[in-house]
Write a protein that binds this ligand. Structure first.
Ligand code: GCO
Ligand code: MG
Length: 411
């Protein structure tokens, strides 16, 4: 008789922040973990899994990963969307974890083996002004980062998302936490013209201080129109960015044609996307340079592998989403894929807090700017369920912003 799934448990825990983890158990004694964390909407994925997916998994053959993926995607009838695709990702990654453990190999070996020695990571530096930003960049260089994302406050704007140590960032100094524990989302303010005037000077100052070699990244977080994005890309060309991320909302993929016509600054898009269909025009017309999807939000290893193979045909590389709202399980899945694929670009890496490291026992390493998933069979992450139980779910929300006249804006 074939192997069977005998249990699937959804574990919601909040060490430092909320995480949704799926643990699948097989009758031959293996367990696998998958990440289904959707920042600010965690319980909807937990319910999708517990109420609608777990009952379908019991008795299935854990070895049939592709078949299970297709079954969950097609049998629901209702396709795509972040909740569905995060739930499918959790199952998919847990099954890959089991398959690799059963094979006695780290997952990257099943994906074709290592294509590089390590995975280049970028960290998040930020500051309210230039001295604070320079300190933050130096701190990241000391931590070993060799590529750095640069975000700053803007004169005239009280709180800019992505900048640590602001009033709205809860006073946490070393990194910013993308979601605040609170009953309601925090409100920030925004002024695109002020931002467009300010940012090129910031990059000029950073280049003067740190020289031409350091790869620098920036996240526009969907806040510009296409023509504003085109101007920013042009203004930043002298500072040779590794990428400009989410320069404009990309639900309308054709909007990127306009940006592309005006600038040679490399573009990265996709952390809010969840299937290959969100990228069809962006990839086939070569309108972007990096795919930002998270393994956790895009249907897992099975779907990400296909998406990145498609991107490879157009010389588009990976830039997998890796903020703290991706759990260590989701990060490990990303690292195995990063190590194996040919068209790897860069991996985002924000370090998790100490409580998260107590709950998730991890075997990946970060040395001299490079991450490596380690050599443990499977993903190399285990969950301490007793520790997880000590940190119950806490409501937390991402912020949003309004313009001066009160209009809600993309944040
Ligand atoms: C990034 C992101 C994050 C997201 C966050 C939302 O590039 O890392 O923009 O900070 O906003 O992951 O949950
Ligand atoms: Mg981003």
């Amino acid at each position: 008789t074939p192997v069977q799934i005998i249990a699937a448990d959804v574990i919601v825990t909040s060490p430092d922040r909320n995480f949704v983890t799926l643990k699948i158990t097989t009758d031959d004694g293996f367990t696998g973990l998958g990440d289904g964390t959707l920042n600010g909407r965690e319980l909807s994925v937990a319910s999708y899994l517990a109420d609608h997916v777990v009952p379908l998994l019991i008795g299935r053959d854990p070895q049939r990963i592709e078949d299970t993926w297709q079954f969950l995607y097609r049998s629901a009838y209702w396709r795509r969307g972040p909740v569905t695709m995060a739930a499918i990702a959790a199952v998919d990654v847990a099954l890959w974890d089991i398959k690799a453990k059963a094979a006695g190999m780290p997952l990257y070996q099943l994906l074709g083996g290592a294509s590089r020695n390590g995975v280049m990571a970028y960290g998040h530096a930020s500051g309210r002004d230039l001295p604070e930003l320079f300190d933050s960049i130096r701190r990241h260089l000391e931590l070993g980062y060799r590529s750095i994302r640069v975000q700053t406050s803007v004169p005239g704007i009280n709180a800019v998302y992505g900048v640590a140590a602001q009033p709205s960032a809860g006073g946490r100094r070393y990194d910013y936490e993308p979601a605040q524990r609170a009953a309601l989302p925090a409100e920030e303010d925004w002024d695109t013209r002020a931002y467009l005037r300010h940012l090129p000077g910031v990059f000029e100052a950073v280049r003067n201080e740190f020289g031409p070699e350091l790869p620098l990244l920036h996240d526009g977080h969907h806040r510009m129109t296409p023509i504003q994005a085109a101007r920013l890309g042009k203004d930043l060309e002298p500072y040779d960015l590794f990428w400009l991320e989410d320069c404009t909302p990309a639900e309308n993929q054709e909007a990127l044609r306009l940006v592309r016509r005006h600038t040679t600054t490399p573009l990265a898009i996709g952390e809010v996307f969840n299937t290959v269909w969100d990228y069809q025009t962006l990839i086939s017309e070569q309108l972007i340079d990096y795919v930002r999807s998270a393994v956790t939000h895009t249907g897992g290893i099975t779907a990400m592998r296909k998406l990145l193979d498609y991107a490879a045909q157009y010389q588009i590389k990976s830039g997998i989403h890796g903020p703290t709202d991706i759990s260590p399980v989701g990060m490990a899945a990303a690292l195995h894929l990063d190590l194996a694929i040919h068209n790897f670009g860069i991996q985002e890496y924000m370090r998790h807090g100490p409580a998260t490291d107590e709950v998730f026992l991890q075997s990946f390493s970060f040395t001299d700017g490079y991450l490596h998933p380690g050599e443990q069979p499977g993903l190399g992450v285990e969950l301490d369920e007793q520790a997880a139980a000590r940190f119950p779910y806490q409501p937390a929300y991402l912020p949003f912003n309004r313009l001066k006249d009160g209009t809600i804006h993309d944040w």
